[in-house]
Design a protein around this ligand. Structure first.
Ligand SMILES: Cc1cc2nc3c(=O)[nH]c(=O)nc-3n(C[C@H](O)[C@H](O)[C@H](O)COP(=O)(O)OP(=O)(O)OC[C@H]3O[C@@H](n4cnc5c(N)ncnc54)[C@H](O)[C@@H]3O)c2cc1C
Length: 479
């Protein structure tokens, strides 16, 4: 690519994003875009990450750039890092609100060796053995990419693996079968633990009926990671512009005109990294391709030594349970408990206290000793679930220099780094060797059969989701 024709000149260290209040009721299926210059969600990560590093301020005039990236979460920032590092392309990152305002500063910080919501055995059913094995290699390669990236970023890593807790005895046979597939087919050393071992050596989650322990899994501080990526991207020459939502997009003569409030960005190539915050009007290639769902997260005050003892929290590893609407939790480095799970269905409902109450009840069912404990943080965010439960890193039209990476379905903390790397290769025209279904096809429209088979979220959007949540609850906890 040619050098950038015009660059926005802003004073070094400028962070001039106009601050508008956080909008707790934001809903990507309703709002035309995620806002402009909005404050961060009140998360533990933002509360404890320290001052956000400098950025390049909002776009304030028309500019010509080679590559624009829309969205400054983990995907957008890592794409900028790899574009600069591997291909010498200094991208211009456009962010609607504050840097990494979306999922990337709201998640549970669990970097798992996964992408999308399907299990390895489901990969085999869907794609066949040979492709499933290659997908496994891609995800393991992603884990390595992630580890390499965080080596120089202070983000409080909690390594050691992932504990996948059976929330009731009926799920153990399925878990044992999956662990066998992981060991024997994928040569991935997953071990089954009985309930006593989990309680004694890991954590006394009162629900546990056993667990699968997998060797890969790292807990990280999501805010420090996002800020680390921001620093790295800018140090490599990318510019990152908060309060610069793309509110209109036209393409003429191979040039993309991205309209932001402060000026139009004319780009030769556009990489879209808007995740669960993608508005239906951003671009026709992305309309109705994702099914954003809400996830809630709470963080308690630091546990006392007696409370840690009562819960027998002997591990700091990342933990999830086997519910379809799973819980994800861990003991943080500062002794707080973080736990998250499903939330409301619409943005308007999300602020209702009953969703937080439900999560507190779930926490107390697992850890009765924590009944009544004060919460220091409570938030929610929109997870980018795709209609077939797998992500895509894709160029939807070979005639147009548009690329996207999204659809990690709640497993994007790790895989967003690999997706950013893969999208950078596509943008640079070096993606020929990317030969997997997640690189070779568009994010699909809803397909009822696949969704039901994957025991995943229905395509019939909000009403269907309401029924499905009740069905999942019955399946998880009653039937
Ligand atoms: C509560 C919660 C818990 C989670 N827990 C985990 C976990 O423990 N482990 C895990 O692996 N994954 C988890 N995830 C998912 C994970 O956080 C995401 O997969 C990942 O952060 C996606 O990053 P991203 O950069 O693709 O998208 P995001 O971080 O969502 O970034 C997208 C950005 O695009 C911006 N944007 C959108 N439209 C425009 C526009 N028109 N113009 C400019 N900018 C725009 C948004 O403002 C946003 O900042 C969780 C998600 C949530 C919500």
């Amino acid at each position: 690519m040619d050098a950038i024709a015009t660059r926005l000149i802003l004073p070094e260290g400028c962070s001039t994003a106009p601050q508008r209040p956080y909008d707790p009721a934001y809903d990507p299926l309703v709002a035309p875009n995620p806002g402009e210059g909005r404050e961060y969600a009140p998360t533990y990560w933002i509360g404890t990450a320290g001052e956000p590093p400098p950025d390049d301020g909002p776009i304030t005039q028309d500019v010509d750039v080679d590559v624009a990236i829309i969205g400054s979460g983990f995907t957008g920032l890592t794409c900028a890092i790899f574009l600069a590092q591997e291909y010498g392309i200094k991208a211009t990152v456009l962010e609607a609100n504050r840097v990494s305002w979306g999922c990337s500063t709201r998640n549970g910080g669990q970097a798992q060796c996964a992408s999308g919501r399907l299990k390895r055995s489901q990969w085999i059913e869907r794609y066949g053995l040979e492709t499933a094995l290659r997908l496994h290699r891609e995800v393991c390669d992603g884990m390595q990419t992630f580890k390499d990236l965080i080596r120089d970023i202070e983000c409080d890593p909690q390594p050691g693996g992932h504990l996948y807790v059976a929330h009731r005895p009926q799920v153990m046979p399925g878990l044992e079968k999956e662990a066998k597939v992981l060991r024997e087919v994928f040569h991935y050393d997953a071990r089954i633990l009985d309930a006593d071992t989990v309680r004694r050596e890991y954590v006394d989650d009162k629900e546990t009926a056993g667990a699968m322990h997998e060797p890969e899994g790292i807990g990280i501080h999501a805010g420090k990671l996002a800020f680390g990526y921001l620093r790295r991207a800018r140090a490599l020459g990318a510019t990152v512009h908060p309060a610069s939502p793309v509110q209109g997009w036209t393409t003429r003569g191979g040039v993309h005109y991205l309209r932001t409030p402060g000026g139009t960005v004319r780009a030769r190539a556009v990489a879209v990294a808007t995740g669960g915050y993608t508005s239906p009007t951003l671009h026709p290639q992305l309309k109705n391709r994702l099914f954003p769902i809400l996830s809630n997260s709470i963080v308690t005050r630091p546990l006392t030594a007696a409370e840690i003892e009562a819960c027998n929290f002997r591990t700091r590893q990342v933990i999830t349970d086997t519910r379809i609407l799973r819980h994800y939790y861990r003991l943080m480095p500062d002794g707080r408990l973080q736990i998250g799970s499903r939330s409301a269905i619409s943005g308007n409902d999300a602020p209702q206290k009953k969703y937080e109450q439900k999560l507190i009840q779930d926490m107390v069912r697992k850890f009765p000793a924590l009944a009544g404990i004060a919460l220091d943080y409570s938030w929610w965010g929109w997870v980018d679930v795709s209609h077939d439960m797998m992500p895509r890193i894709f160029q939807p039209d070979p005639a147009q220099s548009i690329y996207y990476a999204m659809g990690y379905g709640g497993n994007g903390v790790m895989y967003s780094a690999q997706a950013g790397k893969r999208m950078a290769a596509l943008v640079a025209g070096k993606g020929k060797e990317l030969d997997l279904p997640i690189f070779g096809s568009a994010l699909p429209f809803p397909n009822v059969r696949e969704m039901v088979e994957a025991q995943a979220f229905a395509p019939f959007r909000r009403l269907g989701q309401w029924f499905l949540y009740r069905w999942y609850h019955l399946k998880d906890d009653v039937l």
